[in-house]
Design a protein around this ligand. Structure first.
Ligand code: FAD
Ligand code: UDP
Length: 390
């Protein structure tokens, strides 16, 4: 007897789905190419006593009751509100750029005037994407918008994506809008908490189920083959008609028949430090690449409930073009959202339209900029719809 369902990938998309289907009685097999579960949210306690996030800092924040209720079955939480500072003209100022940032960067009188104009035009407490702010007719706001664009978005975006802020989907820079407030938190969601014991522990608890089997270090595409001309799906050489829920790269799934989809990769240069290196978890460097090649530095212990005092672990983040064959930059972290890439992605999805038992879910497979809470909610919705149809 084989599995009822194969899930490819043990990140949030795969694990949430596996758990819901297993609860409903299905035998679920998860294939994961890495040697651990958790996808990009994987964390572990390192030699400095620091909870290190292997694939970059992961902060849980949400307004989704559905995601909170589901995940709270597998973890308790502790409070953590993320703060980010940006290195601008030699100072460390709050990001998202807000009224405090203005006070720190402009002479008092000018700062007061700028704040007054912003509050009058946009209203206290509102958030304006930088590309919107740049369209203002007000010369004072225009000047400020150009300043913020130049000092916060222009170079960071170029370093992060290899594209200008105008070329990339506006929703990307819109994730960090200019904030007409004195709230220095990076996120404003109602629920801002981290899982006690870490994300990996949460995943372990989620997968602890008699109907779930996980095979690590297993490249799924060594076992799954899809012929889009004949509609034949095979697992280990035999026809497979049961569901496959695939959370990896769709171009890989279809053997790159239309060429590679663009992804952005990262490298984390991790080092041990002593004491405390920076005042908050993350410091952004929105400076030109010839000043700082990296985009941000993360000191992980600021995110911990009980951080070690003496030692610290710091990660310097360097963006790379993704290349699956390269020694560096071979992990696909972010889909790159341009008009062209979205079309190329859709062409791959169209190839699968006559294959009823293969489902695409998750950040890589759906080519979406999902935060953790969003993919948890999407996976819950997917799973219940899937069960209803059966
Ligand atoms: P993933 O976590 O990428 O999991 C996919 C899994 O599938 C991986 O384990 C992969 O190895 C496996 N896989 C893929 N293809 C195959 C294959 N062919 N065979 C076998 N296994 C395969 N979200 C937040 O909410 N807050 C944050 O602070 C935050 N910070 C982030 C920072 C960075 C640097 C990045 C890159 C992302 C961040 N995110 C954050 C987003 C978060 O990582 C995603 O929402 C989440 O990981 C998506 O889960 P997923 O299951 O779709 O994908
Ligand atoms: N961004 C920027 N400067 C900053 C912070 C963000 O230009 O100081 C832009 C950049 O394009 C980035 C995007 O806003 O990729 C989204 O930022 P976010 O912090 O959400 O990125 P993530 O944590 O997902 O990498």
């Amino acid at each position: 007897m084989g599995p009822d369902v194969i899930v490819v990938g043990a990140g949030f998309a795969g694990c949430v789905t596996a758990r819901i289907l297993a609860d409903a009685g299905a035998q679920v097999l998860i294939l994961e190419r890495r040697n651990h579960i958790g996808g990009n949210a994987y964390d572990w306690l390192d030699e400095n006593g620091v909870m290190r996030h292997e694939y970059g800092p992961h902060i849980f924040h949400t307004n989704s009751e559905k995601a909170i209720d589901f995940l709270s079955r597998f973890t308790e939480w502790y409070d953590y509100e993320h703060k980010v500072l940006g290195y601008i003209e030699g100072k460390l100022v709050p990001i998202p750029f807000n009224l405090h940032s203005i006070e720190m960067l402009f002479p008092k009188e000018k700062a007061e005037h700028l704040k007054e104009v912003l509050i009058n035009v946009y209203g206290m407490g509102n958030k304006i994407p930088i590309l919107e702010l740049r369209k203002s007719d007000d010369p004072m706001i225009q000047e400020l918008a150009e300043y913020i664009f130049e000092h916060v978005f222009k170079y960071y975006t170029m370093k992060q994506w290899g594209y200008t802020a105008e070329e990339i989907d506006p929703a990307v820079t819109g994730r960090v809008p200019v904030s007409i407030s004195y709230d220095d938190r990076y996120f404003q969601d109602r629920f801002q908490k981290m899982p006690k014991g870490g994300f990996t522990k949460l995943f372990e608890n989620m997968l602890e189920h008699e109907n779930i089997m996980v095979q690590l270090e297993t490249e799924a595409m060594n076992h799954i083959h899809i012929n889009t001309d004949t509609g034949l799906v095979q697992y280990k050489g035999a026809r497979f008609t049961k569901p496959i829920i695939y959370t990896g790269l769709v171009d890989q799934l279809l053997d790159y028949v239309n060429g590679d989809l663009p992804y952005r990769s990262l490298e984390f240069n991790v080092r041990t430090e002593y004491g405390e290196v920076q005042p908050v978890t993350t410091v952004n460097y929105p400076t030109p690449a010839n000043e700082h090649l990296y985009t941000r530095i993360t000191e992980y212990k600021h995110m911990m409930e009980n951080p070690p005092q003496e030692r610290s672990t710091v990660a310097v983040e360097l963006p790379y073009a993704y290349d699956r064959n390269a020694a560096k930059g071979n992990v696909p972290y972010y889909p790159v959202f341009t008009d062209e890439s979205k079309k190329s992605y859709q062409a791959y999805v169209d190839l699968l339209k006559d294959i009823p038992n293969v489902y695409l879910l998750g950040r890589l497979a759906e080519y979406k900029y999902y935060n953790m809470d969003a993919i948890v909610e999407a996976a819950i919705n997917f799973s219940y719809q899937f069960l209803e149809k059966k």
